[in-house]
Ligand binder design. Structure first.
Ligand SMILES: [Zn+2]
Length: 90
């Protein structure tokens, strides 16, 4: 059975350092995902690369990611607005 890292979506290989996240670890990752405006969500027991988890919750990396988000949002504002509009048709 091939399992994928919930953060980088890459297969978890036996040669790589991986871990199953605990409840606190999962909460922490999900919290950082919100800051990063990422759709990545993990649950307790999900297996991730240790490196991915460390990078994901790293303050400096988050700062860079958020910075990139704000510069991107200026150019893709119209796209984002369009995609976030609910399409209710009655
Ligand atoms: Zn990974």
């Amino acid at each position: 059975m091939m399992t994928e890292c919930k953060i980088c979506q890459q297969p978890l290989l036996e040669t790589e350092q991986t871990r199953a996240v605990g409840e606190r670890g999962a909460n922490n990752i999900n919290e950082k995902s919100e800051i990063r405006q990422s759709s990545i969500r993990v649950e307790k027991g999900d297996v991730v690369h240790i490196k991915c988890q460390q990078n994901w919750i790293n303050k400096d990396r988050i700062a860079v990611a958020v910075k990139n988000l704000s510069t991107e949002s200026k150019t893709t504002d119209t796209c984002r607005l369009r995609s976030s509009t609910p399409t209710f048709e009655f």
